[in-house]
Design a protein around this ligand. Structure first.
Ligand code: ATP
Length: 593
């Protein structure tokens, strides 16, 4: 499939307001990609993805499957530089940035230039439509070539790699028409935003290859790869989809919780599962003991966003090697602890979580310990469809010392096991809550004991009860350079929440941040500066702040229509990306409470 065809279809989808029509367009796109005679990869060719797989990912702005934490590893500047070079001798990366500041969206900026592909086309065909197949510069770029080159961009590492990445991107832009460049730039910067959500791709796969949507959904949950699911649906139909399983080493999306009350939980479930809500960071542990897959044991640890954090958390690897005798996928939390084993606040865990260097040294200062509350897979069995009680029993047996009589051991003595109380007594729940707070944790989680594990779902089956007013996780979309002593620091951070594919502002947070913290925040945010004017800085959405506030008021000042009153900076949610920030809908719900 030519990339021009993909760009054309993406343009149609983007212009389409109706959800059902979007699904129909994506269905056609997938069917077209599947039938594409140009495609050379086959399912036997394990290395190269098929055009269909690439298109299913590109439509959502992904280059790699969701489970794969590979990134292109470039900043926006590399992309601006590549666009500028392809756009002609008199264009600089600074011009691209200026246009971005004026236009606000990289796709529009890229499409505003004439590239090699455009020039080649007009030279050879008089300018009409892409796809002339002209030599050298013009219009014959394929989806596969884009994917192959982006893979090369991701793989380039070591000295000189940033230049190599820019060269590779330049090579692509140089062969683009303006419309191709629009979508290429968005894919490169992970800003596709053509209105194709996960549900649309699921439904489109179901319709294109005539399989039920809920079976596509299940396959997506276990594989976490829209490309692979599309290919299998096309090649092997329902049988192929149903045969898809979890794989140890390939992360799945985490099940999430809603806020909720004990009264509601007990009314709905009669008996509730109650656990401590540990004040740490989510981890998904994948472990294959020696002999189960390879000759040596293999352990990988993933964050809530499926980024690999194995090297940063050697304690979790050591735990797995010491305790797990069968292949397993466990869901849990890592908690920071002091020398006596008492929990330290969440911010301490974050110091360890993404650390790439000096891990041994960091470990001396703050060590971590895993606590597991769920078991997704054990000894070859996928457990997503089992009720929580069964999964928890399995978790216990996975964590149990193998040569110990399990009947004689209390849950409390099973290392790494989160306790699960089953009760219909509100007083007992209160006392569990008090114990959790006493032990330095956040409160409790209430869980439906019969519920299955739904990856990626923030459903009613898990509810979190927190002692405090709810905080909000906001994307930082702007800032201001300080004055005087603080002239080299960014401050007065503009906060936004998600509203569909967009971000809407809700306020600015400036108070309660020390100079030391401001220096840290400046270092964190500076690489994400998208545009600057005077003291004002626009930031591309990348960093999420947790903020407290006194109340939510309606206000014409901010684009959301609401303002946070007395917003307070609580910390950086470095475990979250913009897509996980709170939504306008949640803001409205909190306001209504
Ligand atoms: P928060 O901001 O409250 O941490 P979140 O958006 O990260 O929320 P939620 O789904 O709202 O995630 O809350 C559940 C989170 O609580 C989980 O992601 C997990 O990290 C943490 N957690 C701590 N203890 C438990 C537990 N026993 N069961 C499930 N999740 C737990």
């Amino acid at each position: 499939m030519e990339f021009a065809t993909f760009a054309d279809r993406a343009g149609t989808i983007e212009a389409e307001p109706a959800d059902l029509e979007i699904v129909a367009h994506v269905r056609e796109l997938l069917a077209e990609a599947g039938d594409d005679s140009e495609e050379r990869g086959s399912s036997k060719d394990a290395v190269k993805p098929q055009t269909l797989e690439i298109v299913a990912r590109f439509a959502q702005g992904r280059v790699f499957p969701a489970w794969d934490s590979t990134t292109l590893d470039i900043g926006p500047n590399a992309c601006y530089e590549a666009i500028a070079r392809a756009a002609g001798t008199n264009v600089s990366a600074g011009d691209v940035e200026d246009r971005l500041a004026a236009v606000g969206e990289i796709g529009d900026v890229a499409a505003s230039y004439d590239f090699g592909g455009q020039r080649g086309l007009s030279a050879f065909t008089g300018g009409g439509g892409a796809g002339s197949g002209s030599e050298g510069t013009g219009g014959d770029l394929t989806v596969r070539e884009v994917s192959d080159t982006l893979e090369e961009v991701a793989a380039a590492e070591g000295s000189g790699s940033q230049d190599r990445k820019v060269d590779l991107l330049f090579g692509l832009f140089n062969r683009c028409s303006s419309e191709e460049a629009r979508y290429l730039a968005r894919i490169v910067l992970s800003e596709m935003r053509i209105g194709v959500g996960e549900g649309a791709v699921r439904d489109a796969i179901a319709e294109a290859f005539d399989v039920p949507a809920e079976r596509v959904e299940r396959a997506l949950q276990v594989s976490n790869d829209y490309g692979q699911v599309a290919r299998i649906a096309r090649e092997d139909g329902l049988e192929g989809l149903d045969a898809m399983e979890l794989a140890v080493g390939r992360p799945v999306q985490a099940m999430l919780a809603q806020a909720g009350t004990v009264t509601d939980a007990l009314e709905e479930w009669e008996e509730a599962g109650v656990e401590w809500k540990y004040d740490g960071a989510r981890v998904q542990l994948h472990h294959a003991p020696a002999g189960s897959g390879g000759a040596t044991a293999e352990t990988r640890v993933f964050s809530r966003n499926m980024e690999e954090v194995t090297d940063a958390l050697p304690e979790v690897v050591e735990f797995a090697e010491a305790h797990l005798e069968e292949p397993a996928i466990l869901d849990g939390e890592v908690v920071a602890i002091d020398a006596d084993g008492s929990p330290l606040p969440f911010q301490e865990v974050l110091k360890r979580f993404r650390r790439k260097h000096d891990v041994a040294k960091a470990r001396e200062d703050v060590s971590v310990r895993p606590v597991f509350f769920d078991c997704l897979h054990a000894g070859g069995d996928d457990l997503l469809a089992e009720p929580l009680t069964t999964r928890h029993d399995r978790l216990r047996s996975v964590l149990m010392e193998p040569d110990v009589d399990s009947g004689a051991v209390d849950d409390e003595d099973v290392e790494g096991l989160s306790l699960l109380w089953r009760t219909d007594d509100p007083d007992e729940i209160e006392s569990i809550d008090a114990d959790a707070l006493e032990a330095g944790h956040e409160g409790i989680m209430l869980k439906d004991l019969d519920s299955t594990y739904s990856p990626g779902r923030r459903g009613k089956h898990w509810r979190k009860r927190k002692p405090d007013v709810e905080t909000l996780d906001c994307v930082v979309t702007g800032a201001e350079w300080g004055e005087g002593r603080r002239a080299t620091f960014l401050g007065t951070f503009e906060l936004s929440v998600r509203a569909g594919d967009d971000l809407e502002t809700v306020g600015k947070v400036a108070t309660g941040i020390t100079d030391e913290k401001l220096a840290e925040l400046t270092e964190l945010l500076e690489p994400h500066i998208a545009a600057e004017e005077g003291q004002d800085v626009d930031l591309e959405p990348a960093v999420v702040f947790e903020v407290g506030y006194e109340e939510i008021q309606s206000s014409p000042t901010y684009s959301s229509g609401y303002a946070l009153r007395f917003p307070r900076f609580q910390g950086v949610r470095s475990d979250k990306g913009p897509a996980d920030a709170d939504s306008l809908e949640r803001l409205e719900r909190l306001r209504g409470q």
